[in-house]
Design a protein. Structure first.
Length: 89
């Protein structure tokens, strides 16, 4: 997943469950019915390149993992939407 942020999640509330992490920190966690993500499932390689151009920053990242099938990020977004719908019902 693409991440482009300066804030890091290094600790979560007691009783929370880490759902995703990498060497930079915690990327997703769940606490009761609260879900939090730090990465950007909505960003693909083309959009990432446009963001770096916009910000006038060198693109010194390997975006090859973002060039493939975009089903997984879309699935994450859909799951969050469905969770929200279930909470609102």
């Amino acid at each position: 997943m693409f991440e482009y942020h300066h804030d890091l999640v290094t600790a979560i509330p007691g009783g929370a469950t880490i759902l995703a992490k990498n060497n930079l920190g915690i990327q997703a966690f769940c606490y009761n019915n609260f879900y939090a993500i730090q990465f950007h499932p909505e960003i693909n390689a083309k959009t990432a390149s446009m963001m770096f151009d916009r910000d006038e920053k060198p693109l010194n990242l390997d975006l090859s993992g973002l060039d493939g099938d975009y089903d997984v990020p879309q699935l994450i977004i859909n799951n969050f939407v469905n969770l929200d719908r279930n909470i609102l019902i």
